[in-house]
Design a protein around this ligand. Structure first.
Ligand SMILES: *Cc1c(COP(=O)(O)O)cnc(C)c1O
Length: 230
């Protein structure tokens, strides 16, 4: 418990400093605690320390935790690859999906949300680094996806911004360049969508400070908060 408090305090402090370096306040950056593979008790411990946002990357695993923590005012972010046959589990469990990379997937989430009578916040995942091992829409195809989505005017979803996963093998310069590229894409999309399209989900334990310096509004931090082993 003590260790969790120390790790959370350290990550918050680093976020605040990085936000300041980018001319923003710590409140402008949302810390998402990525609790995948971590036990329910570890999530509960962080929640008791005031952490509100949590991220999971597998539906089945998430469903063992989210209902158990219902009523605590937590906000859940789905950050993994979403299979279309699992979209029905999003409403009622998750408020955000960071990994939308096709019109088809956006439609599926929208349908499920309409049936449940809720609205889900969506981010479009962009494969900025053109990493063949990663999901996400290619940078060059993002604006046409955005136009198609706008054309559909789907109820039940709200498009809020972009997400990317940095290359694990990249050095600082390359990582920074990828984050800056995502921010450039957000600015282009924002002109079409309007000001509500403002979120940039980028940065993990190894690179969240860089991501904040480059404009991240959401960072997804797992091991730096929970420790390496679950
Ligand atoms: C696991 C994961 C994270 C967190 O990674 P850490 O290196 O443990 O901070 C962030 N984003 C996504 C999409 C992940 O799958």
């Amino acid at each position: 418990m003590h260790a969790a408090a120390d790790r959370l305090a350290e990550v918050r402090e680093r976020i605040e400093q990085a936000a300041r370096r980018s001319g923003r306040a710590a409140d402008d950056v949302r810390l998402i605690a990525v609790s995948k593979t971590k036990p329910l008790q570890a999530v509960q411990a962080l929640a008791e320390l005031g952490q509100k946002d949590f991220g999971e990357s597998q539906i089945n695993e998430a469903l063992t935790k989210i209902p158990a923590l219902a009523g605590g005012g937590l906000e859940w972010h789905f950050i993994g690859h979403l299979q279309s046959n699992k979209t029905r589990y999003i409403p009622g469990n998750f408020q955000w999906v960071h990994s939308i990379d096709s019109l088809r997937l956006a439609r599926r989430v929208a349908e499920a949300a309409q049936q449940a009578g809720v609205e889900i916040n969506l981010l479009l995942q962009v494969n900025v680094a053109a990493d063949p091992a990663k999901h996400g829409v290619a940078s060059g195809e993002l604006l046409s996806l955005v136009d198609e989505l706008l054309g559909e005017q789907l109820a039940g979803i709200r498009l809020r911004g972009l997400m990317t996963i940095g290359r694990l093998d990249a050095g600082e310069r390359e990582t920074r360049a990828a984050f800056a590229q995502l921010r450039g894409l957000l600015e282009q999309c924002r002109q079409r969508f309007g000001p509500a399209f403002a979120e940039l989900s980028m940065g993990m334990s190894g690179d969240y400070e860089l991501a904040i310096e480059e404009g991240a509004t959401m960072v997804r931090v797992g091991s730096a908060l929970f420790g390496e082993r679950g």
